[in-house]
Design a protein around this ligand. Structure first.
Ligand SMILES: [Zn+2]
Length: 60
């Protein structure tokens, strides 16, 4: 396990499929909240209120 200074894990949300910057992935609109970042008046749990998530792209 690589142990950099791993305290900045805030970029990772439950809806993310990979960490930001991972090759073969990219940001995509959160389908759960439709990119609004809000779900039923609260912060969307999937994207953490950002409105987008990290998804695998291409098919690597
Ligand atoms: Zn969302």
């Amino acid at each position: 396990m690589v142990t950099h200074n791993d305290e900045r894990n805030e970029g990772m949300e439950p809806g993310d499929e990979a960490e930001p910057g991972t090759p073969g992935t990219g940001e995509d609109i959160c389908r759960k909240c439709d990119g609004t970042g809000q779900l039923e008046g609260k912060e969307c749990p999937d994207c953490g209120g950002t409105g987008y998530v990290i998804r695998g792209i291409g098919g690597a």
